[in-house]
Ligand binder design. Structure first.
Ligand SMILES: *[C@@H]1O[C@H](CO)[C@@H](O)[C@H](O)[C@H]1NC(C)=O
Ligand SMILES: *[C@@H]1O[C@H](CO)[C@@H](O)[C@H](O)[C@H]1NC(C)=O
Ligand SMILES: *[C@@H]1O[C@H](CO)[C@@H](O)[C@H](O)[C@H]1NC(C)=O
Ligand SMILES: *[C@@H]1O[C@H](CO)[C@@H](O)[C@H](O)[C@H]1NC(C)=O
Ligand SMILES: *[C@@H]1O[C@H](CO)[C@@H](O)[C@H](O)[C@H]1NC(C)=O
Ligand SMILES: *[C@@H]1O[C@H](CO)[C@@H](O)[C@H](O)[C@H]1NC(C)=O
Length: 621
């Protein structure tokens, strides 16, 4: 099987076809299961959930993907299905006297048409999201870039979860009074219903500093010195600390919180929930403390259980921690809840599914700009190569479309960071929804005119390797900020060996697994974390990932002049301007923000890609 998979192309056998029939029948009976048009889930060997006294479901970095993935069978369940799943699992566990808590760690917005395509943004998503019960919920960084999106947290989401939203280090200016106030409670102390487990929960955000000035993110190291936190961690009547945070689980922020709690509570179990890096990951802090990161984009529902909690904090035995990454599709959700297509879907879940479908129709998200003849990958194909989305951008899209009428035929060097692209393009319809999925950022292109080419041509090398020179000038200019989010997490945490492109950077998995012989494995996540390689609920065949550079570039219209002695326009996406200026300075060219102007002022990356697709790809899929 080639690595350029589509989980949707894998043939299915045996029990699967029965299951698919059932789903088709279900749709025929007007029962919504996932979004209409979403691919049917495929059967695959599954690992079971192992429940404990206390159990958790965790989502993070959903970024508006509440409709699920309409082109990937592995992730095709929607938010309505998740609500049903959580309810069934809760019923099942409570019948055994066990507890289930539901957690979300932020970045719920930006990255999918369901959120981004409405005006104002998020018109439909808040009512959909709040249909899920939450026991602990906090804010991500994306909620805070703009004044109006953070005010939505304060005025819509926090009030929807008055007893669950936690803002341990986040304040907001109340738009009604002008005063800065905590966005929600700093902590939450509660006792679980079935087991009577006494929990102290926090909700942190990593040391984020790009928020708009109507919010204040207090640095974590400062927050944990505060009186309320010091008292909370000394509360004697606590069996378990739950630290939800929009933060990588392998981060200084979580280290500091862990150490501070441990400095006064030597053994009390601590469960961390994090995210931000868009990866599946599980970290052991010590025998009594673990952290779970549950991926991105509604691909993953994280399951965590803890058993053998001490009935009081003097007992010395270690509890058992267990994690599982559930692929968000109905095959998995039916299985783990012990239901099937005839019993799983409730009126409530169907209502949510229907609301999502209606919102997608109202936003015309299926409007098609053109048809892609093949999959274009961010990291599943080497760069450069014919299946790389970045090669497609720098060889075809930029030369075809980056052209400011004011500048005519002036040769130009167009530079973009790879982090500007958020997701793969699949073979098939490229829709209005795709535009927001591929590139949800609002920034447009800027340029500096008439830069000597013989120096400007060296920029790309600096941007792809000259880390020190940027961070010496400004410590916030880490080059890792230019690459795709997920690569940060992978490079930092999981990569075993760094080989030179274009060899696979790492092949996930590779360990022996017992697999029923009659089912073809679907390519997908094969996660390795601190607990081993058995975390994924679905047993997949591995996919190879390749490293991509921080930045890519195109030289457009080079034949117009003798480049070695002439000038070019240096065009770049707005986000990387600070790096461009520092890089040019290093090359002996002094420019400031005043030398920068907008290039193609009415366009941004999103509109340009959509325009290129309309002009170059056939309409008829
Ligand atoms: C915030 O304001 C901008 C500009 O007016 C608007 O386009 C956007 O939809 C608003 N976002 C939200 C979440 O209201
Ligand atoms: C916040 O930024 C806006 C400009 O975007 C500025 O007008 C305002 O004065 C700033 N407010 C504070 C408190 O700094
Ligand atoms: C705490 O646990 C120990 C060991 O199980 C037990 O002997 C003791 O009575 C418990 N103390 C309280 C206050 O429950
Ligand atoms: C479904 O939605 C309708 C209106 O949108 C509402 O009247 C009804 O109570 C909802 N049913 C459930 C089970 O949530
Ligand atoms: C850019 O636009 C100018 C006219 O504004 C045109 O002459 C030129 O051919 C265009 N170049 C490209 C590469 O599209
Ligand atoms: C890009 O620009 C278009 C047109 O100005 C705008 O409608 C769209 O919202 C922008 N894209 C993003 C992701 O903000």
């Amino acid at each position: 099987m080639s690595t350029t998979l589509g989980m949707r192309f894998v043939p299915t056998v045996g029990i699967v076809s029965v299951n698919r029939l059932a789903v088709v029948l279900l749709l025929a009976l007007q029962v919504f299961a996932a979004q209409p048009g979403a691919p049917n889930p495929l059967a695959a060997p599954l690992r079971e959930l192992q429940s404990g006294q206390i159990n958790f479901l965790h989502t993070t970095d959903t970024h508006g993907w509440h409709a699920g993935h309409l082109l990937e069978a592995s992730f095709s369940a929607d938010w309505g299905d998740y609500v049903d799943f959580a309810q069934h699992l809760k019923d099942k566990l409570e019948a055994q006297g066990r507890d289930l808590l539901i957690v979300d760690t932020g970045d719920r917005i930006e990255g999918n048409g369901l959120y981004d395509a409405s005006e104002p943004k998020g018109l439909f998503t808040f009512d959909i999201f709040r249909e899920q019960h939450m026991d602990v919920i906090c804010s991500g960084n994306h909620e805070l870039y703009q004044q109006n999106s953070s005010e939505n947290e304060y005025l819509i989401t926090a009030p929807a979860y008055p007893n669950s939203y936690i803002a341990s280090n986040l304040d907001i200016r109340d738009p009604r009074t002008g005063e800065f106030v905590p966005l929600a409670a700093r902590y939450k102390k509660f006792t679980t219903r079935e087991q009577g487990i006494r929990i102290m929960a926090f909700g942190f955000l990593y040391n984020f500093d790009r928020n708009y000035n109507n919010t204040i993110v207090q640095r974590v190291e400062k927050t944990i010195q505060e009186e309320w936190f010091q008292q909370a961690i000394r509360d004697p009547d606590i069996d378990l600390f739950v630290v939800a945070g929009h933060s990588a689980i392998r981060s200084q922020e979580f280290d500091m919180i862990f150490e501070k709690i441990r400095s006064v509570r030597k053994n009390t179990p601590i469960q961390f929930f994090g995210g931000h890096y868009h990866i599946r990951d599980y970290r052991k802090f010590d025998n009594n403390a673990y952290g779970l990161a549950s991926g991105r984009f509604m691909e993953t529902i994280g399951f965590q259980s803890i058993d053998g909690l001490p009935s009081n904090s003097t007992q010395m035995t270690s509890p058992t921690f267990f994690r599982r990454y559930i692929d968000n599709n109905l095959y998995s959700l039916y299985h783990h809840s012990g239901h099937d297509s005839s019993t799983f879907h409730s009126d409530r879940g169907e209502n949510i599914t229907r609301a999502i479908h209606e919102a997608r129709q109202a936003l015309d998200l299926d409007q098609t700009f053109g048809c892609s003849a093949k999959d274009l990958w961010m990291s599943r194909a080497p760069y450069p190569s014919k299946n790389s989305i970045f090669s497609w951008l720098d060889e075809q899209v930029f030369p075809g479309i980056v052209n400011d009428t004011q500048r005519g035929d002036k040769p130009r060097l167009v530079i973009s960071n790879t982090g500007a692209i958020r997701f793969d393009i699949f073979k098939g319809a490229f829709t209005k929804d795709s535009t927001f999925i591929i590139c949800p950022f609002t920034s447009g292109f800027h340029y500096i005119k008439d830069v000597p080419y013989n120096r400007a041509k060296k920029l790309i090398k600096l941007l792809n390797g000259g880390g020190e020179i940027f961070e010496e000038v400004d410590s916030t200019l880490a080059l890792s900020r230019l690459e795709p989010v997920r690569q940060k997490g992978i490079l930092q945490d999981i990569i075993v060996s760094e080989t030179v492109d274009p060899a696979p950077l790492f092949a996930q998995g590779g360990h022996e697994m017992r697999v029923p012989t009659d089912v073809a494995l679907i390519p997908g996540y094969t996660t390795i974390d601190d607990a081993g390689n058995d975390g994924d609920d679905t047993i997949h065949s591995p996919i190879s990932f390749y490293r991509v550079p921080n930045c890519i570039q195109s030289l457009i219209n080079p034949q117009a002049v003798d480049l070695e002695t002439e000038n070019v326009d240096v065009v770049f996406n707005e986000f990387i301007q600070p790096w461009i200026l520092v890089g040019l300075k290093f090359l002996g060219l002094e420019y400031t923000d005043d030398d920068v102007a907008k290039y193609m002022p009415d366009e941004n990356m999103t509109t340009m890609i959509a325009k290129w697709v309309s002009l170059n790809w056939p309409d008829d899929c």
